[in-house]
Design a protein. Structure first.
Length: 299
């Protein structure tokens, strides 16, 4: 394939033309997409909606996929294949979820700024979200450039952040919304994880913040002080100059690099419109440390 990269800005978000995700992906094209991701962190490939098998095959060209899709596993029937995460307001029979449904209440957390799978021992590298049914209004996806956000920090803050480690947990972000309806098995499967607040992106060599609503503690600081710092950094990183807003078309494949971005879903009328999105998640290769609860700081 011959591809063309059309940037939306100098170094953040771009459209890639010339890729059909329903067709086998050759190594040269894959490497060109990786190079575009290293520069722009977020790309959109437009086309027709592809079936599950094609989406999975496309994603697997970039690495191993998440083998633990879905946090809610107790009494949950899947609508899509296990290699995909169901990002929709639909049940296993493709009916719209009741507004009080446990799955829908959990999914409200996607409206918080977050990084996919930062709460897992192996975090997400690329998220590849594919649109099958989109809403006529609302439902956009916003992505924040954490490289540019880091660059914009003053030297004193950069020095303060150097070496800091945050604790990430899916239960932290959902507790912000008052959602605590997890089974014992679901809680046991996802212990808290330690991750650096600043990292160097391996593809671009740029320093970047690594943030998420899943982060609720800074190791070595009182809980309250750590949470204030995390909140201030998220507010800084999500200023309009750092954010790309994607308005969906059916068939879009939006790819973002979780190692240097945050994202969130925007609301839509869930009682009126179906929204069918399916995410393939290409994972990193190194596991993070599990946070021992007994070392937790008390404010």
């Amino acid at each position: 394939m011959t591809i063309t990269v059309n940037p939306f800005t100098d170094d953040f978000a771009a459209e890639i033309v010339g890729v059909d995700i329903s067709k086998p992906l050759d190594d040269t094209t894959r490497d060109e997409i990786v190079a575009a991701m290293d520069t722009y962190a977020t790309v959109v490939i437009r086309g027709e909606a592809a079936d599950q098998e094609a989406q999975i095959a496309f994603a697997q060209a970039f690495g191993g996929l998440d083998a633990q899709n879905g946090v809610l596993t107790t009494d949950i029937k899947r609508r899509v294949r296990e290699e995909l995460t169901d990002i929709s307001n639909l049940d296993e029979k493709s009916r719209m979820l009741d507004l009080a449904d446990r799955r829908r209440l959990f999914n409200l957390g996607n409206r918080l700024w977050h990084t996919d799978s930062s709460f897992k021992r192996v975090a997400a590298r690329y998220s590849m979200l594919h649109a099958h049914t989109v809403t006529p209004e609302g439902g956009e996806t916003q992505i924040a450039d954490l490289r540019a956000a880091y660059d914009a920090l003053d030297d004193a803050m950069k020095a303060e952040l150097e070496g800091l480690v945050a604790v990430h947990s899916i239960f932290t972000s959902r507790a912000l919304l008052g959602f605590e309806d997890f089974s014992d098995d679901e809680r046991a499967a996802l212990p808290p994880i330690r991750r650096p607040v600043v990292r160097v992106h391996p593809g671009s060599g740029r320093k970047t913040l690594f943030l998420a609503s899943h982060a609720g503690e800074i190791i070595g600081r009182p809980v309250a002080e750590g949470r204030i710092l995390i909140r201030e950094l998220i507010e800084h990183a999500t200023q309009p100059q750092f954010v790309y807003t994607h308005t969906w078309r059916e068939g879009d494949l939006l790819i973002w690099d979780n190692r240097c971005t945050m994202h969130r879903a925007r609301p839509f009328d869930e009682a009126k419109y179906k929204r069918d999105m399916r995410r393939a998640t290409v994972m990193e290769t190194e596991a993070a440390d599990v946070h021992a609860p007994e070392t937790r700081n008390v404010a």
